[in-house]
Design a protein around this ligand. Structure first.
Ligand code: FAD
Ligand code: NAD
Length: 478
């Protein structure tokens, strides 16, 4: 007889493992099935995020930033460093150690919460049965009252640049190189292209990014995107827009690219190439055909606003369903689904999910961009505070960027906050809280912020909505 659970989660990424823990906390008999094999050759929970995404990329961003700052930033602070060396293998070991510690932490949490962690490929069968094919070739069938599908996503491949050994790689490959390529090409100047481009640029690569769109970071507020493009150019990231890659070929360890832009056809030779053109939902073999699981366009599993699929008792969360492909979005969907299964009511506010690009400076935002507000015809007011006017930013010698607050013209409700600057990833949380409580720019303006902090820039930007910022000369409202 099939072993019976209250909930089976397929996928132990940040959507699935969080859902499993919350289910167990609520007293539900829970199993979590995952097929990921870690770099150390053993099963590793945590999905893309912990094994090949958020965590390893941020470890390398931190290490490379530290290297870059010690090399370039010390002098202005009166610090004189001797020769600064680079050990890329040690940097990779440090990253792998963090990954192992965190994935090990999830195993501990599974044990502590009484969750059955089952390693292998899971497939949804009819009537909420789950077939698990284990890595050693075994098979078992489990059954459950509820199944949560959380199988995540995989990199998009393009015909013009098929992956080839260590030479043409996706993001996972580029997180594991042990030598700094002299010339690095990246197809796609999106989030991954910019983050990994920053890592390898800081470590010494000459980086060229080829972006198909004629607009840089079309999803971000364009005032900040334009400022960021200038800053990244100054750092040595050569970002070429409106560039369409036609072909690639590896010859004598060199990747030869041909691309077209409005000026014509160009050749580009690089030593390594990263393909970072987006991710797609990972649904291969997830449900047996007889289940009649419904998919949206692009192979996302079809769900309603509560993450319910078309099958009773079957839910789907995270990258495998609509919405931004972000770890925190998947985790919150996981918590909400667990609580609904346990009979509670829970929702996710999709309007206040923050986005962060971990470049230097960072770009972070929540809510609507100025372009989106213009397009939808909403009357709004805007306050922008440049970080050059922040005492803390000056002390840190990190004055690039700005904070922008957008509020509804009549009600003053905050509609969007956009930050380009050091620690923007931390600052944006304050804006998320303000928006979650339906706060106004006046609410932020009346809040006391500690001095001297970068957060004061948010305060000043909110004051600036009403043209009463203190540390800049306020321009008249247009
Ligand atoms: P995943 O993390 O992809 O996990 C899915 C899991 O399901 C995997 O372990 C997979 O092996 C398993 N699985 C799939 N099918 C089956 C099956 N049939 N049976 C058993 N197991 C199965 N997001 C952020 O919010 N912040 C960041 O800084 C960030 N950085 C990123 C950097 C990179 C380089 C990349 C690639 C992504 C990054 N992301 C970031 C995106 C983030 O990793 C994803 O949004 C997140 O991991 C999605 O979580 P998930 O649980 O839906 O899926
Ligand atoms: P992305 O959508 O951010 O960027 C892909 C870029 O490639 C886009 O600008 C797109 O216009 C461009 N592009 C597409 N096809 C192209 C082609 N043929 N030639 C040239 N350019 C092309 O996707 P990504 O950077 O691959 O990241 C994937 C997902 O992972 C994102 O959705 C993101 O949410 C998530 N992620 C998040 C973070 C973070 O939160 N900091 C970090 C990394 C990844």
């Amino acid at each position: 007889m099939a072993k019976k659970y209250d909930v089976i989660v397929i996928g132990a990424g940040p959507a699935g493992y969080v859902a499993a823990i919350r289910c167990a906390q609520l007293g539900l008999r829970t199993a979590c099935v995952d097929e990921w094999i870690g770099k150390h050759g053993a099963p590793a929970p945590g999905g893309t995020c912990l094994n090949a995404g958020c965590i390893p990329s941020k470890a390398l961003l931190e290490s490379s930033e530290l290297y870059d700052r010690i090399r370039q930033g010390g002098n202005a602070h009166g610090i004189v460093a001797g020769d600064v060396g680079l050990d890329v293998v040690a940097m990779m070991d440090h990253k792998d150690k963090i990954v192992r510690e965190l994935t090990g932490g999830i195993e501990t949490l599974f044990k502590a919460n009484g969750i059955d962690w089952i390693t292998g490929h899971g497939q949804l069968l009819a009537d909420r049965q789950v077939q698990v094919s284990t890595h050693d070739g075994g098979e078992q069938t489990l059954s459950s009252d509820n199944v949560i599908l959380a199988t995540g996503s995989a990199p998009v491949a393009i015909d013009a640049a098929p992956l080839e050994g260590e030479q043409i790689v996706d993001s996972t490959g580029a997180l594991n190189w042990t030598e700094v390529p002299e010339r690095l090409g990246i197809i796609g100047a999106g989030v991954i292209g910019l983050e990994l481009g920053s890592v390898w640029r800081r470590l010494g690569s000459e980086v060229t990014l080829l972006e198909a769109q004629d607009v840089f970071l079309s999803m971000a507020d364009q005032q900040l995107a334009r400022a960021a493009l200038k800053l990244f150019g100054g750092q040595g990231l050569d970002i070429r827009l409106d560039a369409c890659v036609k072909s690639t070929r590896v010859k004598h360890e060199v990747v030869e690219l041909v691309y077209e832009d409005p000026q014509g056809t160009h050749a580009l030779n690089v030593d390594r190439l990263i393909v970072a053109v987006g991710r797609r939902p990972y649904t291969e073999g997830i449900a047996a055909p007889e289940t009649d699981l419904l998919y949206d366009e692009g192979c996302f599993i079809h769900v309603d606003e509560n993450c319910c699929t078309n099958l009773p008792g079957v839910y789907a969360i995270g990258d495998v369903v609509r919405g931004p492909m972000l770890a925190h979005k998947g985790s919150e969907e996981g918590v909400a689904v667990a609580e609904r299964i346990a009979g509670q009511s829970a929702t996710v506010d999709f309007d206040t999910i923050p986005s962060v690009i971990y470049t230097h400076p960072e770009i972070a935002w929540v809510g609507k961009t100025e372009e989106a507000l213009k397009k939808s015809g909403v009357a709004y007011r805007s306050g922008v505070f440049p970080l050059t006017a922040s005492g803390r930013a000056r002390a840190m010698q990190q004055t690039e960027g700005m904070v922008k607050v957008l509020s509804e013209a009549d009600t003053d409700t905050v509609l969007g906050v956009h930050i380009l600057g050091a620690h923007a990833s931390e600052l944006v949380g304050q804006a998320v809280i303000a928006m979650e409580f339906e706060g106004s720019s006046e609410d932020i303006a009346r809040t006391v912020f500690a001095h001297p902090t970068l957060s004061e820039a948010l305060h000043e930007a909110a004051l600036c909505v009403d043209r009463r910022a203190i540390h800049i000369v306020n321009k008249k409202s247009s």
